[in-house]
Design a binder for this molecule. Structure first.
Ligand code: CTP
Length: 406
C-alpha cells in the first residue's frame, strides 16, 4: 500500500455510519498511515472521541474553540496532512462544503484545505436521490474532490437502496488513489489475470495454479495512478478491485474474445493471465462416469491471445509475462520476439516465495530495447508499480515519436 509514513486526516460527521469510521481508521493505520481524526458535534452523538483516540493514539479534534482546541488548527490541519478523508459525509456536511460555509472545525478545515480530498457520502436513499444533494456533489467533483458512490443495501432507516457507507477496504483503496502519482491519467489500460478453466464436462476442468494476484495488483495500481482500467479475469477467489471495470471469463477462448474486442480502444495491454495452452477437444455435456481403469483425453491447442492481438497493434504498449522453470531469460526473450511484445516480465516459478499463489514475486523486467532490470523479492503491488513505471516510460517514448512524425 501507498501509505507508509503518510499522514491522513479522517473527518467524521454525524450519521449512523459514524461507527464504521472506526474501522476505516484502523485499516488506514494497518496500511501504515498516521491518522488524525476530526469529529463534528453530531458525530459525537453516535460515537465517542475516545474510540478514535484509542485507535489512532492521537488526540481527536472536536471543536474550533474551547480548552481542547489548538490555535489555528483549522488552517494547519488541512494543509499539513497528505490527504483528507471524510467518512461518513452527511448531506448537511456536503451542502456546507459545496456552499463554502465554515461553521465548525471540520467545515473550516475544508475551506482552508490544500491537500487531496475524498468524500464518502452515507445517508438515507431519499436524501441521496435529492437533486440538491446531487447538485452539491457535482460541485465538489467539479472542484477536484474525489467522491465515492455509496453502496446499495439495507439502510439504518429500514429502507433498502443507495446510501450505505462503502466497505472500509474500498475507502482505503480510494485513499491509495489520492496518494499515488497520477502519471497514467487519460490512459486506458487492459489487464488480464488469473487462470482459465477448460471444461471436460459440467463438473471438471483443466486449469493451472495461477491465483490472479499479480494481475489484480496491476489493475489496482494502474487505477490508483489515474488510468481507466478494465480487468478481464479468469476464475479467482479475489474481490474485484475498486474503480476497475471487471469482466469475468472462464475459458481461454472467452478471454480471447474479450481482449480482442477491447484491445483497439486501449493504450496498454498487460497480459498477466495464465492462459491454458490446451483445452479438452470435446467438452462432454453429461458428467463423465467412472468406468474404465484408465482414461485418455484429447486436447486441442487454444489460440495464443497475444499473437492474435499483435496483428491488431496500432501503437499500444503490450506487456507479456513468462513464468518459467528453466532457461528463464532465453525463454522470455523468445516469447517477446514471437509475440511482438514491448516488455516481458519473467519469473522463475521454482522459488516458493515467488510466482503462483504467494503475495510476493521476484521478477526480471526485460524490455524489447535496453537492458534487463532484475528486481529483488517484492510484494506483488510493488512489482506492479515497477512494471507500470516502465509502461509510463514506454508511453512517453511512443508519444514523443508520434509527435516527431506528425
Ligand atoms: N498467452 C496468451 N495466449 C495463450 C497462452 C499464453 O496470450 N494461449 C500469454 C500469457 O498471458 C503470457 C504470455 O503469453 O503473457 C506467455 O505465456 P506462457 O504460458 O508463458 O507462454 P506460452 O506461449 O504458452 O509458451 P510455453 O508453453 O512454451 O511456455
Amino acid at each position: 500500500m501507498a501509505f507508509l509514513g503518510k499522514r491522513i486526516l479522517l473527518g467524521v460527521t454525524g450519521g449512523i455510519a459514524a461507527y464504521k469510521a472506526a474501522e476505516v481508521a484502523r485499516r488506514l493505520i494497518g496500511a501504515g498511515a498516521r491518522v488524525k481524526v476530526v469529529m463534528t458535534r453530531s458525530a459525537q452523538e453516535f460515537v465517542g472521541p475516545l474510540t478514535f483516540a484509542a485507535l489512532t493514539g492521537e488526540k481527536v479534534a472536536t471543536a474550533m474553540f474551547g480548552p481542547a482546541s489548538e490555535p489555528l488548527e483549522h488552517v494547519a490541519l488541512g494543509q499539513e496532512v497528505d490527504a483528507i478523508v471524510v467518512a461518513p459525509a452527511t448531506a448537511n456536511f456536503i451542502g456546507k462544503v459545496a456552499g463554502g460555509i465554515g461553521d465548525d472545525l471540520l467545515t473550516t478545515i475544508m475551506l482552508a484545505a490544500t491537500r487531496p480530498v475524498l468524500i464518502c457520502p452515507a445517508m438515507n436513499a431519499g436524501m441521496w436521490a435529492n437533486l440538491v444533494v446531487q447538485g452539491n456533489l457535482a460541485r465538489l467533483k467539479g472542484r477536484g474532490l474525489m467522491v465515492m458512490e455509496p453502496a446499495a443495501g439495507p439502510l439504518a432507516c429500514g429502507a433498502v437502496g443507495l446510501g450505505r457507507l462503502p466497505e472500509p477496504d474500498l475507502i482505503v483503496e480510494a485513499v491509495a488513489g489520492l496518494l499515488s502519482p497520477q502519471d497514467l491519467t487519460g490512459r486506458q489500460v487492459l489487464v488480464t489475470a488469473g487462470p482459465t478453466h477448460e471444461d471436460f464436462d459440467p463438473v471438471r476442468f483443466l486449469t493451472n495454479r495461477s491465483s490472479g494476484k499479480q494481475g489484480y495488483a496491476l489493475a489496482r495500481v494502474a487505477w490508483r495512478r489515474g488510468a481507466g482500467v478494465t480487468l478481464v479475469s479468469g476464475p479467482t477467489s479475489l474481490p474485484a478491485p475498486y474503480g476497475v471495470k471487471y469482466v469475468a471469463v472462464r475459458s481461454a477462448r472467452d478471454m480471447g474474445v474479450e481482449v480482442k474486442a477491447r484491445f483497439p480502444e486501449v493504450d496498454v495491454l498487460l497480459m498477466a493471465a495464465a492462459v491454458s495452452d490446451y483445452r479438452p477437444t470435446q467438452a462432454e455435456v453429461r458428467k463423465i462416469k467412472r468406468s474404465q481403469e484408465e482414461m485418455a483425453f484429447h486436447l486441442t491447442q487454444n489460440p495464443d491471445i497475444l499473437k492474435q492481438v499483435a496483428g491488431l497493434k496500432s501503437g499500444q504498449i503490450v506487456v507479456g509475462f513468462a513464468a518459467e522453470t528453466h532457461d528463464l531469460e532465453a525463454e522470455a526473450r523468445r516469447k517477446m520476439r514471437e509475440k511482438h511484445l514491448d516488455l516481458i516480465v519473467a519469473n522463475d516459478v521454482n522459488r516458493p516465495d515467488s510466482g503462483f499463489q504467494v503475495d510476493t514475486n521476484e521478477v526480471t523486467l526485460i524490455p524489447r530495447i535496453g537492458a534487463p532490470v532484475p528486481l529483488p523479492l517484492l510484494s506483488k503491488e510493488e512489482v506492479a508499480a515497477k512494471i507500470l513505471d516502465q509502461v509510463v516510460a514506454l508511453l512517453e517514448t511512443r508519444d514523443g515519436d508520434h509527435a516527431k512524425n506528425t
